[in-house]
Each structure stands twice: as C-alpha cells, then as structure tokens.
Write a protein that binds this ligand. Sequence first.
Ligand code: THU
Length: 130
Amino acid sequence: MTLMDDARKVRENAHAPYSNFKVGAAVRTVSGAVFVGCNVENVAYPEGTCAEAGAIAAMVAAGERGIAEVAVIADSPKPVSPCGGCRQKLAEFAAGEALVTLGTTDGTELTTTVGALLPGVFDQAYMSKV
Ligand code: THU
C-alpha cells in the first residue's frame, strides 16, 4: 500500500458538505509511521480544517515530529494543490527536500517537494534577533 493509497482511503471520511470537495492526506514520518487526515468542514466556514492539518495533528499527538514524505489527493482536474497555510504547516515538520506527491482520484500524480511548494518560507532564522 502506497502513501497515496492511504490518502485515498482516508479521503472517503472527509466531512465536506459545504464545498463537496473531499481531500485526503497522509504523511510518513522519519520513523516510518504513517498518519492520515481528511478535511473537516464546519457550518461556520472558517472553522473548517484541511486534510493536511489533520494528518499533522495526528502525527504530533502520537509524539512524532519529522515528516519524510507527504501524499494529498482530491477529485480535481489536476493534482490538488495544498493551500498556503498547509504549505507552512508542512514546512514546520519537513525538510525542504521532503517529497510531496499530489494526486487526483483519477490517478494523475505530480511529485514535488516541500521547499518547492513554499519558496521563501518563514522560518526561525527570521526570529534570530528576538
Ligand atoms: N482543502 C484541503 O483539505 N486541502 C487542500 O490541500 C486544499 C483544500 C479543503 C479545504 C476545504 O474543506 C475544501 O478543501 C475546499 O477548499
């Protein structure tokens, strides 16, 4: 089972009654464990959370910190693009070289990296004067 298979499976559990856009995400950690997440929307729209955020929260809750690889999938015409906020969330726990595979439910995949998704990432170096 690939990481994308894990993302595809958890996508089915997404709670997306407002957008009807289900997303699944899976992260593999440096220890080899896999954590999954799906988007969870809310009638108060801004309270919704992305699939990537769910997978990251599950990873941190389990006591892990290092993301080695990511997969995200949606029923989109081209491989789904993580939102800006999720790119920053991924960058918190992944090296720039970490692979991110973006997919469609039809099977199209695009592989990129956390660094390529977020050039100019805000990191701790900017806070070195405080
Ligand atoms: N969404 C994600 O969960 N991840 C992404 O990478 C893109 C967008 C969700 C948020 C919202 O529930 C729905 O997709 C439509 O924006």
